[in-house]
Design a protein around this ligand. Sequence first.
Ligand SMILES: Nc1ncnc2c1ncn2[C@@H]1O[C@H](COP(=O)(O)OP(=O)(O)O)[C@@H](O)[C@H]1O
Ligand SMILES: [Mg+2]
Length: 445
Amino acid sequence: MKSPKSLQKTLGIGLTLGVVLLWLLALLSTVYVSQNKLNTLFDSALAETAQRIMPLAVVEILNREEPGQLQQIMSFEAHDEPLIYLVRDASGRVLLQSHNADPLIFNKTLLKGFSSSENYRFYGAWAVQNTLHIEVAEPLVQRREAIVQMAASLVWPLIFLIPLCFIGTWAFVRYSLRHVRVYRKAIESRGSGDLSPIETKNLPTELHTIAISVNDLLARLSRALESERSFTANSAHELRTPIATALAQIQYLQQDVTAGPLKDKVQKVEATIKGLSGLSEKLMQLAKAEGGGLLATEQHDLVRLLKLIVDDSQRSYSADRLRLTLPHDGVFNSAIDPDAFAILVRNLIDNAIKHGNPNQPVEISFSINGVLTIVNAAEVIPAETLAQLQHRFVRSNTKAQGLGLGLAIADAIVTGVGATMRFNSPATGRSDGFEVSVDFSLIDG
Ligand SMILES: Nc1ncnc2c1ncn2[C@@H]1O[C@H](COP(=O)(O)OP(=O)(O)O)[C@@H](O)[C@H]1O
Ligand SMILES: [Mg+2]
């Protein structure tokens, strides 16, 4: 899947490109306009020069002792002439030329007005009834240099403009999205069971409607889940009394039946009713585990609670298989609801007793940093099954009775309070067995 694009980055790049493009367009049109203006200016200076030189040249030529002789104007000092000129008669004979003028670069034909060659701009004019022709040439290099310098002076600010524009857009978009980030944090930081509406204050209009729809959706989801849960809890609750009555009656009936096929049948019915009773109990637990209220307002010491639950289980299983190791004088306070904690631990102990090797002890320990570990001997469970055990109605290859809901209940509680649960098979440091560990240290509240 393509990873989502950052708005900050896209806008930063897009706007920077836009600004650069606009800048370059402005530069091109500036260069174009300036070039035209410069040409007009340079041209008028060129024409002016030609018209100034002409009368002087005419006087100079007419005053000569030997008219028709070429004469070069001596410079006072060797210097670089930006302008050069050539005075010719109607037949094209050169009569006068500036000191470094090369006749080859001038037009062969005697033209009037402006003309250009590859490297020169010319202005030609006639005088003395079209008998003398002057042509002034100006190298184009100067005009080109002026344009290039101007373009360069407009290009280099881009070096600053590009990073400035990018960083500026980046920072501004980041600033504008600060309420969106708050909104995202509010979603990220809530627990998986929290379906309360999310604060939409200060969100930009574009996102406000989305946030309102999300809240709507959450409300509908919450109502649907709530009705499912209360249906499960209510049905399980309603089933309790008739199941208990049926069980009492069947046990009563059993006393009147003597051994034989009928007794077997009655026993089977009793077992079925007991199974039903277990199912309704588990459904109630599941409804509680998946509902809210898994965190209490005050903290409870889990070490003390665990000790009570294990003592109680020891008695109800009437088997001396549970070995409890607690941190010496340890206290671990947590916000998990004591009932939820009891349901969780009972399901795990129940599994260890039921699925574990009956001749081996079940080791229960609680570390000072809040990790509950329960280990029992059992056949190794394949990794792919192990990863699925916490789903409803998933059971591994086991002979023990069960519904496949115990670990689903445990998982719902663990997720609901923000703790984590891991299964290991074989257990850590053994070649067989099953190990479940729940880390309560991550619960905040
Ligand atoms: N302590 C354990 N030792 C060995 N296997 C276990 C243990 N706990 C759970 N399992 C395996 O995980 C499966 C799912 O457990 P659970 O959801 O409690 O359902 P149930 O106990 O009703 O079978 C069990 O069927 C069993 O195969
Ligand atoms: Mg179980």
